[in-house]
Design a binder for this molecule. Structure first.
Ligand code: FPP
Length: 232
């Protein structure tokens, strides 16, 4: 396939509705959603997508019932334990970005371990956004810049200068942002980084979004004409 996006990002939505439609608890939908993560990561590796990033847990998601929050954290732990060998054999680098201080010691410990083990892998980078929100990221970037720069340097900041203070420093902005489940909004995700991102919305619920659906999104991206506000 030609014109493969370098960075594909996904707002994985619709797990709860998928489970409800089957008369099951919401967490059942999240577990099935983890299978979609596996499938899309496999497709990204096969197709040469350099960065696959996933909005797995927003700052706002802390407001969900405790049982669901705990279930999601347990699911992440299970996924990381199961996937580490696969990440190593497929040269996948694993990175978590977000407000890590809010995560438990247990979750942070495992994340650090998997990040360190996969740090020098040179294949696809899997970025999982946890306890992340776009406004939080912009604000922490501004605070960091204010700490590190002189008042003169701070006043002289250009938009692209802020990139290195964001948690995504060093990661290219997403070329393609997919949101599943028919919702048409960005929900405080990569607000700064998605300034020129192509959006792809689908009614498919996340647990049903597998390799064919991922590849359909890549095919749609290949048909887009990106002009970055200029004329061609
Ligand atoms: C949105 O569906 C989904 C989430 C808030 C969680 C996404 C997490 C996973 C798929 C777990 C696996 C992740 C990894 C990285 C292993 P929703 O619950 O908002 O669905 P609804 O809108 O139908 O209620």
């Amino acid at each position: 396939m030609s014109n493969i996006p370098q960075h594909v990002s996904i707002i994985m939505d619709g797990n709860g509705r998928w489970a409800k439609a089957r008369g099951k608890e919401r967490i059942f939908g999240h577990f099935e959603g983890a299978e979609s993560v596996r499938a899309c990561l496999e497709a990204a590796v096969e197709d040469g997508v350099k960065y696959l990033s996933l909005y797995a847990f927003s700052e706002e998601n802390w407001g969900r019932p405790e049982a669901e929050v705990n279930g999601l954290m347990e699911l992440l732990i299970k996924y990381l334990r199961q996937e580490l060998a696969n990440m190593m054999s497929n040269r996948i680098r694993f990175v978590v970005l977000g407000h890590r201080e809010r995560l438990s010691e247990k979750v942070n410990g495992l994340i650090d371990e998997v990040m360190a083990t996969t740090a020098s892998n040179d294949g696809t980078t899997l970025v999982v956004f946890l306890s992340y929100s776009g406004k939080w990221d912009i604000l922490q970037a501004m605070k960091k810049a204010a700490r590190e720069l002189s008042p003169e340097q701070f006043q002289a900041l250009e938009p692209h200068d802020l990139d290195r203070f964001l948690v995504t420093a060093g990661i290219p902005d997403p070329d393609l942002l997919i949101r599943t489940s028919g919702e048409l909004r960005i929900s405080n995700y990569l607000l700064w980084q998605s300034a020129y991102t192509e959006f792809y919305f689908t009614d498919t619920l996340w647990p049903d979004f597998r390799k064919p659906q991922f590849r359909e999104a890549l095919a749609e991206y290949a048909r887009r004409d990106r002009r970055y506000g200029k004329v061609k």
